[in-house]
Design a protein around this ligand. Structure first.
Ligand SMILES: [Fe+2]
Ligand SMILES: [Fe+2]
Length: 415
């Protein structure tokens, strides 16, 4: 039987069954034909069982792969896990994904492999040769054909059997999936092509979604940066404080066992923790001397002001507890809500320590930074009084303390 590489397993199933039998449609619209009485029943049952098992294998693979797709995850990692799933089903010496360069997203071309590793340019040449053999000329972007080349001509860059499946969607070429097998082994057929085609379609849809996600993420990061720039412009004396607190909070979160999502969240919370200061009077914010009680009351509004600014946007929802409570104190003497101990959200506990450390190690309008030994002493004596003890321990264990010591030595502070 001559099998068309573009043909789906569904069509193939219809084709392998004899004409004239009764048709049955399965839940996924696969049509199975029950053979007539004069066809040896055992042969047909075997054939149908085999076809069903192939279909089942394909669906299982797609299901497993779909479950792993998560927006925001690195495309290369997703492709690599797809290849791990695909390899045992394809039985090729090499299965590779060639993800094309994306100029808009500034992502470079990447080549992922399982099995034998090839020089990417050479494997790409083999793939293009196979496509040209099938299409009879250069393929147009976004509408490359599926190419199965089992018997390469002498001018082929490599004497191997090849399947090339485009990864494309909405007229956009995103990459190719390539499987290679030595010429001494069996020919590739529609079984392998179908498996690769199904997975490449899901991958293409995911990559397009991923693209949109990255675009939105970039816009979102730009928006955050604008907010921080507005705050830095208003209070130039503490300019850079937000990003230093964010870096330190990330370092602490790493030591405290935060997962990837948690680290992302605490970075954003660190960057935006003081955003409410946008709503505080410039004169109070920039005052060089000590603050009056009334002025201090105004400064104390900033966590709630920040909370109010951010609460309208659901993308900030996860950082609201940290923004609102980063000035709470372990013993309940903090603000704005006087929370105590474990009642203080964990992100806020971490931010509070990072925030205090940066405030104590940098100059402020009303004082110069204090010596690092004094900072360490203050932090130690504030364990379980002002700050969570384990967060303070984590900080004392970071290189931030050593770096601050070095900075103070260079600037002569505390000598
Ligand atoms: Fe603050
Ligand atoms: Fe702060």
């Amino acid at each position: 039987m001559d099998l068309d590489p573009q043909q789906s397993t569904t069509e193939k199933l219809t084709e392998v069954a004899p004409l004239g039998g009764e048709n049955i449609m399965l839940a996924d619209e696969t049509i199975l034909t029950i053979p007539e009485a004069d066809v040896p029943l055992e042969d047909e049952v075997d054939r149908l069982a085999q076809a069903l098992s192939l279909k089942f294998e394909e669906l299982t693979l797609i299901h497993q792969f779909s479950e792993r797709l998560k927006l925001g995850e690195d495309s290369a990692e997703i492709c690599q896990s797809l290849l791990q799933e695909l390899e045992p089903c394809i039985n090729a010496s090499t299965v590779a994904i060639d993800l094309f360069e994306d100029v808009d997203l500034q992502s470079p071309r990447s080549f992922l492999f399982t099995g034998e590793r090839w020089d990417p340019d050479w494997l790409s040449e083999v793939a293009v040769h196979a496509i040209q053999n099938v299409a009879g000329g250069p393929a147009s972007p976004g509408s490359e054909p599926v190419a199965i080349l089992n018997n390469p001509s002498q001018d082929s860059p490599a004497f191997v059997r090849t399947v090339v499946i485009p990864i494309q969607r909405d007229g956009k070429s995103l990459g190719r999936m390539i499987a290679v097998r030595p010429i001494q082994e069996d020919e590739f057929g529609t079984v392998e092509a179908d498996l690769m085609k199904s997975t490449s379609m899901i991958l293409a849809a995911h990559l397009i979604n991923q693209r949109q996600y990255i675009e939105i993420q970039t816009m979102f990061d730009g928006m955050i940066q604008s907010l921080v720039s507005a705050l830095d412009a208003k209070d130039s004396y503490t300019s850079g404080h937000s990003s230093r607190v964010a870096d330190l909070a990330v370092m602490l979160a790493g030591k405290l066992g935060y997962d990837k999502q948690g680290i992302k969240r605490i970075r954003m919370a660190g960057i935006l923790h003081d955003i409410g200061k946008i709503g505080v009077d410039d004169a109070v914010l920039r005052k060089p001397g000590r603050l009056t009680e009334q002025e201090f009351e105004q400064i104390k509004q900033h966590p709630v002001l920040g909370y109010d600014i951010l609460k309208e946007n659901k993308l900030f929802r996860k950082i609201l507890p940290a923004v609102r409570h980063h000035h709470e104190s372990w013993d309940g003497s903090g603000y704005p809500d006087g929370l105590t101990g474990d009642g203080i959200p964990r992100d806020a506990q971490v931010l509070a320590v990072a925030d205090a450390f940066d405030a104590m190690t940098s100059d402020r309008p009303y004082r110069s930074s204090i010596s690092i030994d004094q900072v360490v002493e203050t932090l130690k004596s504030g364990r379980d009084k002002q700050w969570a003890a384990d967060v303070v321990e984590a900080l004392l264990d970071t290189e931030a303390v050593e770096q601050a010591k070095q900075r103070s030595k260079n600037s002569g502070i505390g000598e």
